[in-house]
Ligand binder design. Structure first.
Ligand code: FAD
Length: 497
């Protein structure tokens, strides 16, 4: 309600925000969550909540009139098409030199992601979060996060026989023949449900190619895990289609938060002001960074320090495809949920997930999303003339990622006598180097905040999402975002409340 006062307001409903809401509510604190995206709890005219990956519609994109598919082309044909402008689920946010894909809605990135739930190798953790006690993370907070997220691993015996993972078995064969370690990768997808999909006894989701625009079944998004438990406490309320535009100190203490209510065309239909004793920024790396940079530059939060906006990275994401021989088909039925990867982090700086290409036809293609040790970090700055926040990432900064990914795929191609696909990201373009799925940083732990996410300069303001992590996690990031949030909120509840 406009004019209301809340003890805690959480901006955003992704991993960081959901952890904060659950643990604060369990500690007896009333929490209000504000989410700019939709609730995603009501079926559309086709009876489904989410659109299929192969047939995007108005539900698929955040306020675009044309789709912006990560794989833009196939066999020379562009795949994008016009869609009605709508507050859809996937934001392809163009930030200068890079397109940053993000989930929009109650559940944040958990609505659109592949559910790959990877804990970094212990020996890599020091580079991921240098100021955090690794012993505590690996004994308490990573296990706590994995349990609460519902992480599991494919049944290895079923994997060997499942048609829908032929692409992953081909990926394994090629990796191993070139001497690379092949690993199973855990996921939050319900593996028993997937077995039933394969057996034909339940409605298909992963086996119907659902992923980028939401999964109608099988995937344990935050709606099924942290957020369900948070709501069950009776202390958490959520306002979808509400966007936070300002946070500033209130005269009587606490903070004045300005919130725009949006319609499904993205227009502000009301502006509301509430006060909150404490505000948790959980709008995602880009969302939190953009808010803080703007609020510092425009004088709303003058006490924020010069680290705000710095230390942003793309987790070294780069994509590529390989063209296999006709005797190496990858299968016309492919589970949209990846379950495996190739680990060349120690030797070459790349961890590649063996990704699906769920087109419904045999493509003879192997497809990979590599996470690499890219050293480049970008900065968000306030562009006063344009009234927006810019990011100074440059497309050429992907070159180290390409070089690292090539430590795997050049070798595999040489061994197998195969070549890269050149038709997936344009005409004669090998590398998907224009995007990231894994934005990280912008309000880095122990720099823009203290070692637990308390923002310097303004007591009662916290960052608790991917903005805390300085640009790279060496693997897919959401388990680390969740575990770090679990660690930080425990300390904050103990000391501040
Ligand atoms: P988010 O989950 O991004 O949540 C932030 C929320 O805040 C969003 O819902 C947003 O709409 C909302 N918001 C933003 N600004 C405002 C505002 N001003 N007011 C109100 N609300 C606001 N990671 C993995 O670990 N494994 C994977 O398999 C994987 N696959 C991915 C696939 C895709 C296609 C994408 C896009 C991402 C994938 N990721 C994956 C990345 C993962 O989803 C993100 O790292 C994670 O969601 C980030 O969590 P977060 O809490 O920082 O923020």
């Amino acid at each position: 309600d406009p004019g209301a006062h809340v003890p805690v307001l959480v901006v955003g409903t992704g991993y960081g925000g959901s952890v904060a809401a659950l643990r604060l509510a369990q500690a007896g604190v009333d929490v209000h969550m504000v989410e700019m995206g939709m609730a995603w709890d009501t079926p559309g005219p086709d009876g489904k909540i989410f659109a299929n990956t192969t047939s995007p519609d108005h539900r698929s994109y955040w306020l675009r009139t044309r789709t912006k598919q990560p794989l833009s082309n196939f066999l020379g044909f562009p795949l994008d098409k016009n869609v009605p402008r709508y507050t859809g689920i996937l934001d392809a946010e163009e930030m200068g030199g890079i397109i940053v894909y993000q989930g929009r809605g109650v559940g944040g990135g958990s609505l659109v992601n592949g559910g790959m739930a990877v804990t970094p190798k212990r020996e890599n953790f020091g580079a991921v979060l240098p100021s955090v006690d690794a012993d505590e993370m690996y004994s308490v907070y990573y296990p706590r996060a994995n349990t609460a997220l519902g992480v599991g691993t494919v049944d290895p015996a079923w994997f060997e026989t499942a048609d829908c993972y032929q692409y992953a078995r081909v990926g394994r064969k090629h990796a191993q023949r070139s001497g690379f370690p092949f690993v199973f990768v855990p996921d939050v997808y319900d593996w028993d449900y997937m077995k039933q999909e394969a057996a034909g006894t339940v409605t298909r989701s992963a086996l119907a190619g659902e992923i980028l625009y939401g999964n109608n079944h099988g995937k344990k998004s935050l709606q099924q895990t942290y957020l369900a438990r948070a709501r069950a406490t009776g202390r958490v309320t959520v306002s979808p289609l509400h966007k936070v535009t300002s946070v500033a100190p209130a005269s009587g203490g606490g903070y004045t938060v300005v919130v725009e209510q949006l319609d499904t065309g993205g227009n502000a239909v009301a502006v509301k002001t509430v006060t909150a004793d404490r505000v948790f920024f959980a709008a995602g790396s880009v969302g939190t960074s953009k808010l803080l940079v703007k609020l510092k530059a425009t004088g709303a939060l003058p006490g924020l320090n010069g680290e705000v906006g710095r230390g942003w990275g793309d987790n070294g994401n780069v994509m590529c495809g390989r063209a296999n021989h006709l005797w190496d088909p990858t299968g016309s039925l492919q589970s949209s949920i990846p379950c495996s990867g190739i680990d060349n982090w120690a030797a070459g700086g790349a961890f590649a997930e063996v990704a699906p290409l769920p087109t419904g036809i045999e493509t003879y293609a192997s497809f990979y999303l590599s996470i690499t040790k890219n050293p480049h970090r970008a900065r968000f700055t306030w562009n006063a003339a344009a009234g927006r926040v810019d990011l100074d990432w440059q497309t050429a900064w992907k070159q180290p990622s390409i070089d690292m990914a090539r430590t795997i795929f050049d070798k595999i191609n040489a061994k197998e006598g195969t070549i890269y696909r050149t038709d997936l990201f344009g005409i004669y373009k090998i590398w998907g180097d224009h995007l990231t799925y894994h934005p990280l940083g912008g309000a880095v732990l122990n720099r823009a905040t203290d070692n637990y996410g308390r923002l310097h300069g303004h007591p009662g303001l916290y960052v608790i999402d991917g903005a805390l992590i300085p640009g790279n996690t060496s693997v897919n990031p959401f388990v680390t975002i969740t575990a770090l949030a679990e660690r930080n909120i425990e300390a904050i509840i103990a000391a501040d409340l």
